[in-house]
Design a protein around this ligand. Structure first.
Ligand code: NCD
Length: 320
């Protein structure tokens, strides 16, 4: 990757001091973050140190739900920019002594946090924290509602590896109903001019009054027809009410909705496959397809995840 000039932030950008949902971003801020991620991806790609613009700042990662990619890439991103990063060991924290999530966050903010990255199943927590805390609040995943940095890294991956999202057709397949990734992706991709489709069984679709701009398909054959990208999603059993029934139904799921080299033939020739991870091989995606770098962008998504989080951390702290 060639060395790029650092892009200039749009005027008055990121003044709300938060990234909780895609709606927090103006179009100019979205394009700026994608450009900034491209700039930082160059340093990561060349294994060169990035400018230490966040030296002296403190970033606290507070993950109340499990995470590998998001938590660790936020940690790496912060460290690459020179910030002090603390990962809160939630399992060993005072939450187990009855302290509320808000009081835990308040305590951490009082230690001098400049930015707090929060993942929680409670969908209103981030809003609440951004009202009471002075530090920047970044959403690392909120229930089934939003995962804006995943959407940004997915958009960065498509832009860098396939081309601008405008006029692309992106089929998001599987457990859309319980997916914060599907929700944030659909909003962001639509904003960037792509056509978004949801593909999956009726039981895993969001209710019909949500996502009015997204077309819905009940089969891969029709849903992938002429698509540029197929995105697989894990069955998020932890958010399902009637888990036993759905687990039973999931046994046949791969035959009908599994992404494979064979089912990708419905898509445009040269179409790519994506997945936010963690993936369940043999359930929503075939391992051979996921590992085939001529089709799969899954590792690229992880790579751009670090760069997009560097961009978000830079943007939120540079606004001061
Ligand atoms: C996703 C999440 O946590 O929402 N993973 C991620 O952040 N890369 C998807 C999932 O859990 O299935």
């Amino acid at each position: 990757m060639t060395e790029l000039q650092k892009p200039l932030a749009p005027k008055n950008a990121f003044s709300a001091n938060r990234l909780i949902g895609v709606d927090d971003l103006s179009d100019a801020e979205i394009y700026y973050l994608l450009d900034l991620a491209e700039y930082y991806a160059g340093f990561v790609d060349r294994s060169e140190p990035a400018p230490q613009i966040l030296t002296g700042k403190t970033q606290i990662n507070l993950f109340f739900e499990d995470s590998t990619r998001t938590n660790l890439s936020f940690e790496l991103a912060g460290k690459k920019l020179g910030t002090d990063v603390i990962n809160v060991p939630v399992a060993a924290s005072s939450l187990h002594k009855g302290e509320s999530l808000v009081d835990t966050a308040r305590t951490l903010a009082a230690m001098g946090a400049d930015v707090m990255v929060v993942r929680a199943k409670e969908e209103g927590l981030h809003e609440q924290l951004s009202k009471i805390l002075d530090c920047a609040i970044v959403n690392g995943g909120a229930g089934a509602l939003e995962h804006p940095t995943q959407a940004l890294l997915d958009a960065a991956t498509i832009t860098m590896e396939v081309g601008p999202l405008k006029d692309k057709t992106i089929a998001i397949c599987g457990d859309v109903k319980h997916s914060r990734v599907a929700s944030s992706d659909a909003q962001l991709f639509t904003r960037l001019g792509a056509t978004v489709r949801f593909v999956g069984p009726a039981a895993l679709m969001p209710s019909s009054n949500e996502f009015p701009d997204v077309e819905r398909f009940k089969s891969l054959a029709t849903g992938l027809d002429n698509a540029d990208i197929a995105m697989g999603l894990r069955m998020q059993f932890e958010r399902m009410a009637d888990t036993d029934k759905i687990r039973e139904a999931a046994k046949d799921y791969f035959n009908e909705f599994g992404l494979t080299h064979e089912t990708m033939k419905h898509a445009k020739s040269g179409a790519k496959v994506m997945h936010p991870g963690p993936m369940n091989r043999g359930v929503e995606i075939c391992g051979n397809l996921a590992d085939d770098r001529s089709v799969s962008l899954i590792e690229k998504q992880v790579f751009y995840g670090v760069a997009i989080r560097m961009a978000v951390l830079d943007a939120l702290s540079a606004k001061e």
